[in-house]
Design a protein around this ligand. Structure first.
Ligand SMILES: NC(=O)c1ccc[n+]([C@@H]2O[C@H](COP(=O)([O-])OP(=O)(O)OC[C@H]3O[C@@H](n4cnc5c(N)ncnc54)[C@H](OP(=O)(O)O)[C@@H]3O)[C@@H](O)[C@H]2O)c1
Length: 330
């Protein structure tokens, strides 16, 4: 397995991780046997940097991983998150908490569901604008002292928050959306802040929530409860305009001899040795295809061509709906 070092403070992990979120929520119906087969295959392939959160399900995604990891916890570098507060009885309800007492309550829940006594990488899922990040990271640092957590991470934190957090405790990884159609970290300063502080950049939704694979051709492809029905990039005219961009990716990939999804992942990998994409899938077939992206190399001239075909900011529509935009880059 090709590996990458997880920032200045972390270990080597598989150069591509596995996003487990869609196994439990957001991207259509899941299936326990299919999920388990995918996780087993990831282990066989050496894709052992797994990503979950207490918010996914809510809670059931961690339980799934807990079941699969029984007896082989040491095979996986396990990342989970806290801070998006959800109510299992009300799927739409969302809050953000970075209060120190909440951090402690959350970690105990995650450890129980994951059936483990340590978490390799513990992220604050969203920065709480009401709680100074020093207080939240201070509480997270205590978990490291106690051996419950090995490394600290942040998700969708701004450059300023990253700098403040890094003064309290070394931060191993920042997780934010990054892909051909979401290049914000290049301009918001977050990627630069990571590099300044020796923090790995973990790219989530590197396949544009599936759109960049070319497999999604009409909004009706989604199940009724699929989150993407509400995401601005997947709705109305935006969908059609973004599809035209993906058509160009498809053509480029065909000429290159890879799939569009592999091209999208190879592009993320090409952006620096400190970047680790975590494509999500619940299917063995996609997992295997995505793993193949680690062998796709893009030359400088091909990268320039991709920039011309899919320029930064070319995608139409915000990456989240309005009520969720406020919690990103906080
Ligand atoms: N920190 C955060 O706030 C945050 C936010 C979002 C996601 N994440 C993490 O990042 C991970 C990855 O992001 P993501 O799942 O949102 O988006 P993604 O990896 O860009 O795309 C996932 C979607 O692409 C589909 N797909 C995957 N490989 C494919 C292939 N080879 N061909 C066709 N379709 C393919 C999947 O289908 P199937 O579902 O059918 O397999 C799924 O619908 C998540 O699982 C989660 O762990 C974190």
């Amino acid at each position: 397995m090709i590996t990458r070092k997880l920032g200045a403070h972390g270990p080597d992990v598989s150069a591509q991780g596995l996003g487990c979120m869609g196994m439990s929520e957001f991207y259509g119906p899941g299936d326990e046997a299919q999920n388990i087969a995918t996780l087993e295959r990831a282990l066989e392939l050496g894709i052992t940097f797994w990503d979950t959160s207490d918010a996914y399900g809510p809670h059931t995604n961690e339980e799934l991983l807990g079941r699969v990891l029984q007896g082989r916890r040491d095979k996986v570098f396990l990342a989970t998150k806290f801070g998006i507060v959800r109510d299992p009885n009300n799927a739409a309800a969302r809050g953000v908490s970075g209060r120190p007492e909440y951090v402690r309550q959350a970690v105990e829940g995650s450890l129980r569901r994951l059936k483990t006594d340590y978490i390799d990488l513990y992220y604050q899922h969203r920065v709480d604008r009401e709680v100074p990040i020093e207080e939240t990271v201070g509480a997270m640092a205590k978990l490291v002292e106690e051996g419950k957590v090995r490394h600290l991470g942040l998700s969708e934190a701004s450059a300023a928050s990253i700098a403040r957090a890094a003064k309290v405790h070394p931060i191993t990884a920042l997780q934010s959306e990054y892909s051909l159609w979401t290049r914000d970290p290049e301009t918001t300063g977050t990627l630069a802040a990571c590099r300044e502080h020796g923090i790995a950049f973990v790219a989530y939704s590197p396949l544009g929530r599936g759109f960049l694979t070319g497999a999604i051709t009409k909004p009706d492809d989604f199940a009724e409860d699929d989150y993407r029905r509400h995401n601005p990039r997947f709705t109305g005219e935006n969908f059609t305009k973004n599809l035209a961009l993906v058509e160009k990716v498809k053509k480029f990939a065909a000429d290159k001899g890879c799939t569009p999804g592999q091209l999208a992942l190879a592009w993320v990998l090409s952006r620096g040795p400190d970047i680790v994409p975590i494509p999500g899938t619940k299917r063995v077939k996609y997992l295997e295809e995505n793993a193949g992206a680690m062998d796709v190399k893009l030359s400088e001239s091909e990268l320039a061509e991709i920039d011309a075909v899919f320029p930064p900011n070319a995608a139409v529509g915000d990456r989240y709906q309005a009520n969720m935009m406020g919690s990103i880059n906080a």
